[in-house]
Design a protein around this ligand. Structure first.
Ligand code: ADP
Length: 407
């Protein structure tokens, strides 16, 4: 089956055209700077050279039109007719507490995604734009929504409720939802394979460390706790987001700095994390690492505090799992920063974690970075959210659910 995967951001649209049986990427590409004057289009057919061109992309509609026209192009194309696309898999950030698995996008589902925009005001509206653009150009193709929150549907009530009046859950659905579900699922499946254990018989802590970051406890193939909450602001310290803080701090900053609630929330979302901690040096772990190595105190403070927050969540999640088989690092920082992995793992000796320093320094692709006698294995596992979307889209089309199919 051939699936076109669409991952829409507010000004970008990432796409992959994937053959799902063999999990082969036929084409990958990106539309950038949608809605500005400087639109850019990148298209790469596997085995061919990357094509890049500047092209005016006033909206997502035009972006999808350009993608389809390139997929059908005589020279670089891979299809001769749209009917060769069996389905389009869309990444949807928020599926609320309703969507626990991928769904065909019907008018009712579209309406739900629209309603859920209140919970994901930056993401869901652009996801809808992507869906509508694809429906416009591919009216007869099956559209599937794959939800970032779905993987965390298995959280028990005691893990998703907050210690606030229960009426807020009943009235406003305030609860932990969790995010990065596609990545956590992809990495947990890959980790079980690397462990040579059944997915349904493994206990894994997945650390998705990108600009946004979250940690998930996966027990026997099910997410049982995750660090992001009602929104992606909760949890570990991130690039520019504060992670978990005492809510009273919001009150204090608003009063002392004479800021509105909206302004305080902007500080917590955009000016905090390692960026804020480093006194606005950088949100990029690469820059901070270079300065850390030189002993720059702003960088040392930021990275030490960042790593400490990760250590605390791993400790908590190994506890809720009642022991773990593996800890896996993924996403931009998790896959690339030997320094962050070392800072974190050096504090996990009590769990029997022993880092293989050389393997950690040289890790490329899926790599075991703990020693042979480490009680908990530690891996680097590159994530692939688009492959996860393609897999889940084909699962819906074939009506094959449950991760048993990967055991
Ligand atoms: P997101 O998808 O949340 O934007 P990514 O998973 O792409 O984030 O991760 C982006 C982050 O990864 C960058 O901000 C940077 O801090 C980090 N990163 C990328 N490459 C490296 C590297 N070689 N060393 C350390 N950090 C890196």
């Amino acid at each position: 089956m051939k699936v076109l995967v669409i991952n829409c951001g507010s000004s970008s649209l990432k796409f992959r055209f994937i053959e799902t049986e063999s999990e082969t990427v036929i084409v990958k590409g990106l539309c950038e700077r949608i809605g500005t004057d400087g639109g850019h289009f990148i298209y790469q057919k596997t085995g061919d050279e990357k094509q890049e061109k500047d092209v005016y992309l006033p909206d997502h509609d035009e972006a999808v039109r350009v993608i389809i026209s390139e997929l059908k192009d005589e020279k670089h194309g891979v299809i001769s007719d749209i009917s060769e696309i069996d389905a389009v898999g869309h990444r949807i950030v928020h599926g609320g507490d309703k969507y626990a698995k991928p769904e065909y996008i019907t008018p009712e589902v579209l309406q739900d995604i629209e309603k859920l925009s209140a919970l994901a005001p930056i993401h869901n509206p652009v996801n809808i734009m992507g869906i509508k653009a694809c429906m416009h150009f591919m009216p007869n193709t099956r559209m599937v929504g794959v939800f970032d929150t779905a993987y965390h549907h298995s959280l028990p009530e005691y893990a998703y409720l907050y210690g606030i009046p229960y009426e807020y859950y009943k009235k406003y659905k305030i609860r932990r939802y969790g995010f990065h579900g596609m990545s956590h699922r992809y990495v947990a499946l890959a980790t079980a394979r690397l462990l040579k254990k059944r997915y349904h018989d493994s206990k894994i802590v997945v650390c998705h460390l990108g600009n946004g970051a979250s940690i998930t406890a996966v027990e026997n193939g099910r997410s049982i706790d995750t660090s992001m909450g009602y929104t992606p602001l909760e949890g570990i310290i991130m690039g520019t987001r504060c992670g978990s803080i005492d809510p009273e701090i919001i009150n204090v900053i608003a009063n002392k700095d004479n800021k509105s609630l909206k302004e305080v929330m902007a500080v917590l979302n955009n000016k905090s994390g390692v960026y804020g901690l480093s006194d606005f040096m950088s949100a990029d772990i690469r820059d901070l690492s270079a300065e850390y190595e030189k002993g720059n105190e702003d960088a040392v403070r930021a990275l030490t505090t960042y790593a400490y927050s990760i250590v605390k969540y791993i400790g908590a999640y190994v506890t809720v799992l009642n022991g773990a088989d593996a800890i896996s690092f993924t996403a931009g920082v998790g896959e690339n920063s030997a320094l962050v992995r070392k800072l974190v793992c050096s504090k996990l000796g009590y769990l029997g974690v022993q880092l293989d320093e050389k393997a950690n320094e040289t890790a490329r692709g899926e790599t075991l970075i703990s020693t042979a006698d480490s009680k908990i294995k530690v891996f680097v596992v590159p994530t692939d959210e688009e492959m996860s979307i393609a897999r889940q889209t084909s699962e819906l089309l074939f009506q094959k659910f449950g991760d048993e199919i990967y055991d």
